[in-house]
Design a protein around this ligand. Sequence first.
Ligand SMILES: [Zn+2]
Length: 150
Amino acid sequence: MASLSVGPGDDIDAWCGKCLMIMNHRIIAVVGNQVKKVECLTCHAIHAFKQGVGQKGAMVSRGSASPATRTAKSTAPKPGKAESEWKVFVADMPADIIPRKYGAFECFAVSEFIEHPTFGLGKVLEITGGERMLVIFKDGRKTLIFNRSK
Ligand SMILES: [Zn+2]
């Protein structure tokens, strides 16, 4: 039987209905093999776990650390580090660029600067799937939905 390698207190990517995108969440409750409740680390809403809006393999795609090797004491990345990383990217931004407003139905390209209503200025680092992109913001890297079909 497959056993769940995450437990309460671990971080997990999940759909946040408030932020309207895939966000880092902290697991609040696990029942059996299933994550039941999560807390959004961005808006701190506590809600039922939803992996994503689409069906396409929501969280496995982003592979760096394999969940199986993670220990229970895994903590969120230090904000200071993320911020300095973000500053480097933003320092690169040409003065005449106007960042495009983020929208789930818009299409963005790698290296494009975007303006997000919650996170502010960000830069697209990577397209991680047909509808997902990794964007660096002042408070860290976020996976956003984009290019969604209506
Ligand atoms: Zn949220």
